[in-house]
Design a protein around this ligand. Structure first.
Ligand SMILES: [Zn+2]
Length: 368
């Protein structure tokens, strides 16, 4: 149900965003920069699609009888699917892939076909609920997982949260599986995600949702059941969905659910109207900015601050945009956090979960 309370809102624009947007526009307008970024994006899309489809074809039709070929093609399928998720589906559903909205939606349909989750529901869950109300309790569905976990200090305490830093990892593994099954359907029946309205799809949206589910179930479950022993087909699907869930959830959590990020209750935003761009920077953290392999594979999602400010710009531009954003943050007195390593980001997420699980109070030791 949607809340009857006043909906929190943000002040748009502001000097920080104006200055940053102007500099980013100048950078993209430099000779050939925009086109080069798009070419890199399309090349990644081709690599991801060929790896995924090619690996699946080998796995289904050439690997039975060869354990080695089976393992290699299964790993290729897993990697290809993750690349499609991070480097194709996410950009396309944000409208960053093409200039045409229709083409972006068509490519965004890879969420349905390749991942088994509804792109129609994703655009509300991710583009609206998460990107507009980042780290706002009850509005950002990614960070509102009560009664399973306490991610935000204003969320109520429960005794079992003291173990959340341990049991959260298997829960992350179930995230994609949940969205492939009950998550989409429950959200559509409820008519909302967080506090954002989700209307029942009709026409092409409904056809896309049903056809997408059918195609996904066919390639991920039905064909493997026909080719392999049932237990192997089921195990293959379970490991596939759990790995995808773990990597996806961890990537998003390292950017938002860490000690350095800020959080808000809806009442905070009603009492004090914040500037949206500043809220996005302070609720988000970059990590591993110099790790080229991770930046390539995660579709630039280790540059989440830049992604939140410029979701419609191809992610291949984020490393350069991050320099512009960081400089403008320091000019305007806004905290811009970038974790130097994956280890530092994981530790911060772990400490945040543990602190909130134990009641939200940091332990301070008097030294002397
Ligand atoms: Zn996004």
């Amino acid at each position: 149900m949607l809340s009857s309370q006043a909906k929190p809102s943000f002040a748009s624009g502001g000097a920080f965003l104006d200055d940053t947007r102007r500099e980013v526009a100048e950078y993209l307008a430099e000779n050939g920069v925009d086109a080069a970024g798009r070419r890199r994006l399309y090349a990644k899309g081709i690599v991801a699609s060929v790896l995924m489809v090619g690996s699946w074809t080998v796995l289904m039709f050439a690997s039975p009888g060869s354990v080695y070929l089976g393992v290699v093609s299964y790993l290729g399928l897993l990697l290809g699917t993750m690349l499609v998720a991070f480097c194709v589906m996410h950009d396309a559903n944000h409208g960053a892939y093409f200039r045409s909205r229709r083409l972006n939606h068509l490519l965004g349909w890879t969420a349905d076909v390749a991942l088994g989750i509804s792109s129609y529901a994703w655009r509300v869950k991710h583009n609206v609920a998460h990107h507009t109300y980042t780290n706002v309790d009850g509005y950002d569905a990614d960070i509102t997982q009560v009664p399973f976990a306490r991610f935000i200090p204003v969320q109520p305490r429960r005794p079992w949260y003291r173990f959340q830093h341990v049991y959260i990892w298997p829960l992350y593994c179930l995230m994609v599986f949940r969205w492939q099954t009950a998550g989409d359907i429950a959200a559509l029946r409820r008519g909302s995600i967080g506090q954002s309205a989700l209307r029942m799809p009709r026409g092409w949206d409904l056809a896309g949702l049903l056809a997408g589910k059918a195609i996904f179930v066919t390639w991920a479950i039905v064909v493997p059941l026909l080719v392999f022993p049932w237990w192997l087909a089921v195990a293959g699907y379970v490991v596939f969905a759990m790995t995808l869930g773990l990597v996806t959830a961890t990537t998003f959590q390292l950017a938002h659910c860490v000690e350095e990020a800020t959080f808000a209750a809806p009442s905070d935003l009603v009492a004090q109207r914040r500037v949206w761009a500043v809220h996005e920077v302070e609720t988000t953290v970059d990590f591993c900015p110099h790790n080229r392999v991770l930046t390539w594979a995660l579709g630039g999602l280790n540059y989440q601050i830049e992604h939140h400010l410029f979701p419609r710009v191809p992610h291949t531009h984020y490393p350069r945009i991050a320099e512009i954003v960081a400089r403008n943050c320091s000019l305007h007195g806004i905290r811009h956090t970038s974790q130097p390593t994956l280890r530092a980001a994981l530790r911060s997420h772990h400490r945040h979960l543990r602190t909130l699980g134990l009641g939200g109070h940091r332990v301070e030791i008097e030294m002397g």
